[in-house]
Ligand binder design. Structure first.
Ligand SMILES: *[C@@H]1O[C@H](CO)[C@@H](O)[C@H](O)[C@H]1NC(C)=O
Ligand SMILES: *[C@@H]1O[C@H](CO)[C@@H](O)[C@H](O)[C@H]1NC(C)=O
Ligand SMILES: *[C@@H]1O[C@H](CO)[C@@H](O)[C@H](O)[C@H]1NC(C)=O
Ligand SMILES: *[C@@H]1O[C@H](CO)[C@@H](O)[C@H](O)[C@H]1NC(C)=O
Length: 342
């Protein structure tokens, strides 16, 4: 009796297992056709595992949920799936996967051309990553039609032109990584304007040719990380700091920012501050010792003055972190003059 029951259980188990793997390998016929169209846009033999006979959900670079393609992942530097270097431009057929939630196109220098407008059809797309490619053209305004988008990475490629202000319409967009391109113009103040209070934002625009000032509206954005380094930004950025903010990392180095650091309050989660190579003046407030535990601080090449706070994590920093300022003094620089101000 017990044996029969066990055998029946085992049989049921294997039945469940085989139907589960069959379901995993089954593939919607529209998605199947779209994948073959995608494949046909690239040189023959770019996708050895993609053929008309196989079930497309088991192909390399493809992930399905309930038989629908939800994730496409092409990387020039991965081990599994095998590395791939798509030679050509992103085909229009990318727009023919209605359930697609994420696209990763990374480390493929042969991938060129613009982002095709058909990508705007992907109403469920939450993550679009194009990084370390030769993809060029603008950061297209039609990306603002991707209402589900949470992460937008168009980085280390050849994007040029200005950042479209329409991206600010995307309420769920909290991660924007557009670093190391050739972007020009100013940073749109609309960015993250519809991001709900309490959600953490991440922004990286470093290594572009952006000009103008940092939008004042960013004072109200809950940045966890903000990187604006190596641009031509001017004016105030002190409002990015603030005692009750969730800020962990701020990198503003190598701009032309000019603001008074004296009144800046440092949030308690902050660990990394690089504001070097700007025109920042004032002093480093003792308040910095109250909240955060900084692991990295570089204020060199500015116009700062006054005594460097002493004690706590400040004992770990070296003269180079403070060098080339107007009149910073105290350890690790030379002692302040007796008549010197605090
Ligand atoms: C299709 O690909 C599978 C491997 O994914 C391979 O076993 C099969 O022989 C291929 N069929 C054709 C017709 O190339
Ligand atoms: C990409 O394809 C072009 C022809 O369309 C060819 O000239 C070039 O060598 C290819 N590049 C690579 C890296 O295979
Ligand atoms: C935005 O995110 C919320 C919360 O996760 C989700 O309920 C909503 O459907 C998303 N909006 C869109 C347009 O996908
Ligand atoms: C977010 O908080 C600010 C003040 O802290 C408030 O003015 C604003 O209306 C809030 N926005 C939302 C969408 O709740």
């Amino acid at each position: 009796m017990t044996t029969t029951l066990t055998l029946a259980t085992i049989a049921l188990f294997f039945l469940a297992l085989s139907s589960a793997s069959a379901a995993a390998a089954a593939c919607n016929k529209h998605d199947h056709r779209a994948l073959l169209a995608f494949k046909d846009s690239f040189p023959h033999n770019s996708f050895p595992s993609w053929n008309s006979s196989a079930r497309c959900c088991s192909w390399d670079y493809v992930t399905c949920t309930a038989g629908r393609v939800t994730n496409l992942y092409f990387a020039g530097n991965s081990l599994t799936p095998p590395p791939i270097d798509l030679n050509g431009s992103i085909p229009a057929s990318i727009g023919d996967f209605p359930r697609l939630e994420s696209i990763y196109l990374g480390g493929m220098r042969s991938l060129a051309g613009p982002v095709p407008p058909e990508i705007a059809k992907l109403k469920r797309l939450q993550s679009l990553v194009i990084t370390d490619t030769s993809v060029a053209g603008p950061v297209p305004p039609f990306l603002s039609q991707l209402r589900a988008l949470r992460q937008l990475t168009l980085a280390s490629s050849m994007f040029a032109g200005s950042i479209p202000s329409s991206l600010g319409r995307l309420a769920n967009l909290t991660s924007v990584y557009l670093q190391q391109n050739r972007l020009t113009g100013s940073i749109p103040g609309s960015l993250f304007s519809r991001t709900p209070n309490g959600s953490l934002a991440e922004l990286d625009l470093s290594g572009n040719k952006l000009t103008g000032s940092v939008p004042k509206s960013f004072a109200g954005v809950g940045f966890a990380t903000v990187r604006l380094s190596e641009n031509g930004l001017v004016g105030d950025a002190s409002f990015l700091f603030g005692r009750s903010k969730p800020l962990q990392l701020i990198a503003l180095q190598r701009n032309k920012l000019a603001f008074d650091l004296s009144g800046v309050e440092y949030p308690s989660d902050l660990t990394y501050v690089d504001v070097s190579h700007n025109r920042i003046y004032g002093s480093i407030s003792e308040q910095v010792l109250e909240g955060p535990v900084l692991h990295y601080l570089d204020v060199s090449y500015n116009e700062l003055c006054g005594k460097i706070p002493s004690g706590g994590f400040f004992s770990t920093f070296i003269p180079g972190d403070y060098s080339h300022n107007k009149c910073l003094c105290g350890a690790p620089l030379s002692p302040c003059k007796s008549t010197g101000s605090l």
